[in-house]
Every structure is written in structure tokens, then in C-alpha cells.
Ligand binder design. Structure first.
Ligand SMILES: NC(=O)c1ccc[n+]([C@@H]2O[C@H](COP(=O)([O-])OP(=O)(O)OC[C@H]3O[C@@H](n4cnc5c(N)ncnc54)[C@H](OP(=O)(O)O)[C@@H]3O)[C@@H](O)[C@H]2O)c1
Length: 267
């Protein structure tokens, strides 16, 4: 069992920190952190999160960047260098979905989704690893969706399968180097996610049966940080999501496809 990452006095880069889970990571880390670098596209929303944290002694820096572009990812590295920040914790949280059939999806939104959910997470990890002081930590935000193929969220679920697999492999590779890697696989969580995933002519991702799995962002983040501290490679926050994750991972794929086909033809 690898050692966990001690959160006290961390110097953390949090992507997607302008809302939802990312902002909550900042709130929960702020009381004990040394530096927090908040990354997202919306400057005003980042400043609002920074204001919220002004009562703590933590130094909070806002880095406005579009992580779905290579230039935006380079800007993050330049920002860290310019501000003399040597991070020891990277929270790859920024992500988005696109709810609807793949055939009718916009090529642009699909490309952005892959750039953000996969390329940004991978390349930012690659760029920051050499800068990272040990003990170090990497916390990747995956999803319960990583455990199953999801019609109408096909690219999203596949991108999160990448995140979980990548994280579990890195956890093994980096443990001897003193870097703990964990991934968190939340179920449906009330944030802006559903609205962002909604198409202009479509419905949102809220569906029957989700109420049983839904837990507040604060609990998702608490369990995610707990897993990183304990050196656990993967956590499914909330009892319902933990059970669902276990069942989906063990279910034979043929049965899984049959259930998903029935569910999708019923709608
Ligand atoms: N909520 C759920 O039900 C749920 C379930 C499982 C997993 N997750 C995962 O949780 C993570 C956080 O999502 P959330 O639920 O907190 O949703 P959210 O409230 O929509 O937050 C998404 C964050 O990502 C940032 N972001 C989006 N595009 C970006 C870009 N191109 N460059 C930089 N930042 C960008 C957004 O900031 P800006 O708009 O300011 O750029 C925002 O801060 C995602 O990886 C998501 O897949 C969510």
C-alpha cells in the first residue's frame, strides 16, 4: 500500500476551480494549504472563489486559461514559473460532457471534450511532474461513467474510462518516486455539469434513479481528498455510487449492453 499525500501546507494547482467540484476542492484545502493556483477560463468566477478564501492565510492565485488548447496549457506552466510556484499537488478536475447521440453531436464540442477531459489532464500531468516536489500528489477527477459505456454520453464515458485507467497505472509507476496518485469517480453531483452538457435543443443529464446516487459536492471532495491522504488509487464517493461502481465493474459486458439497450429504447 503506497503512502498517502499529506495535505497540510500543500502547494496545489486545481483545474476547473471556478465552480462546482473544483471550487469545493479550493474551499476544503484552503485552511491548511500554502499556495492554491486556481485555473479556469472565467476570470470573474475565479476571483469570486478567491474572495471566498480571503479569510485564510493561504496564498491564492488565479490563472485564467483555456485548457482545451495547447496555448492555454502552456500558459499554466508559464504562470507557475512567473510566480515561483513549485506545486506538490495537481488536481486535474476540469472536465465537461455533451449529452445526446454521437451522430448528432457537434464536431467542435466533441473535439473540445476530448482536449479537455483527456489531453489537458494528460499533458498537464506530464508538464508538471518534473516540477513536482516530493512527497507529491495527483488527484484526477474521473466519473462513475468510467465504468460503463453510456449511450448519449459516449465520448464522455470513454474519456473518463481513460482517466481511471491512466490514473491507476500512474499510481503504480509513481509510488516509488514518492508521488501518490488517486482518482475519484463521482456519480451525479449537483454542479454546472448538467447544464454544460446540455445541447441547445436537448435535455439535461438528470435522469430517473439518479436521486439514489446523488451526494453534495462537499462530500465528493471530502472523500476524494481522504483517498489521496490514505494513498487509495480509486474512490467512488457515497455508498450508492460505491455499490454501483462495484456492480458495473463486475458485470459481464454482454449483460451490461443488454441493460443499456433496454434503458435507451424505453426513453
Ligand atoms: N457533476 C457531476 O455530476 C459529475 C459526475 C462525475 C464526474 N464529474 C466531473 O467533475 C469534474 C468537475 O465538474 P463539475 O461537476 O464541478 O462541473 P462544473 O461546475 O461545470 O465545473 C467544470 C469546471 O471546469 C472548468 N472548465 C470547463 N472548460 C474548461 C476549459 N476549456 N479550460 C479550463 N477550465 C475549463 C469550468 O470553468 P470555466 O467555465 O470558468 O472555464 C469549471 O470550473 C469534471 O471533470 C466532471 O467530468 C462531474
Amino acid at each position: 500500500m503506497p503512502h498517502g499525500f499529506p495535505l497540510e501546507q500543500c502547494r496545489a494547482v486545481i483545474t476547473g476551480a471556478s465552480s462546482g467540484l473544483g471550487a469545493e476542492f479550493a474551499r476544503q484545502l484552503a485552511p491548511g494549504a500554502e499556495v492554491l493556483v486556481l485555473v479556469a477560463r472565467r476570470a470573474e468566477a475565479l476571483e469570486k472563489v478567491k474572495m471566498e478564501l480571503s479569510g485564510t492565510r493561504t496564498k491564492v492565485l488565479c490563472c485564467v486559461s483555456d485548457l482545451a488548447t495547447e496555448a492555454g496549457r502552456s500558459d499554466v506552466c508559464a504562470f507557475l514559473a512567473a510566480n515561483g510556484v513549485k506545486p506538490n499537488l495537481l488536481i486535474n478536475n476540469a472536465g465537461m460532457g455533451d449529452y445526446g447521440s454521437f451522430a448528432s453531436s457537434s464536431a467542435e464540442k466533441t473535439r473540445t471534450q476530448i482536449e479537455l477531459n483527456i489531453t489537458a489532464l494528460t499533458m498537464l500531468t506530464h508538464a508538471l511532474l518534473p516540477l513536482m516536489e516530493t512527497p507529491g500528489g495527483i488527484l484526477n477527477v474521473s466519473s462513475l461513467a468510467s465504468t460503463l459505456p453510456m449511450p448519449d454520453l459516449a465520448v464522455y464515458a470513454a474519456s473518463k474510462a481513460f482517466v481511471t485507467s491512466f490514473s491507476e497505472a500512474l499510481a503504480i509507476e509513481l509510488a516509488p518516486k514518492g508521488i501518490t496518485v488517486s482518482c475519484v469517480c463521482p456519480g451525479p453531483t449537483p454542479t454546472n455539469f448538467s447544464q454544460t452538457a446540455k445541447r441547445s435543443d436537448g435535455s439535461d443529464t438528470n435522469r430517473d434513479g439518479q436521486a439514489l446516487l446523488r451526494i453534495p459536492p462537499a462530500q465528493v471532495v471530502r472523500e476524494a481528498l481522504g483517498a489521496l491522504q490514505a494513498g487509495r488509487a480509486c474512490v467512488f464517493p457515497g455508498v450508492g455510487v460505491a455499490i454501483a461502481g462495484r456492480v458495473f465493474r463486475l458485470m459481464p459486458r454482454g449483460i451490461m449492453r443488454w441493460v443499456l439497450r433496454r434503458r435507451s429504447t424505453k426513453e
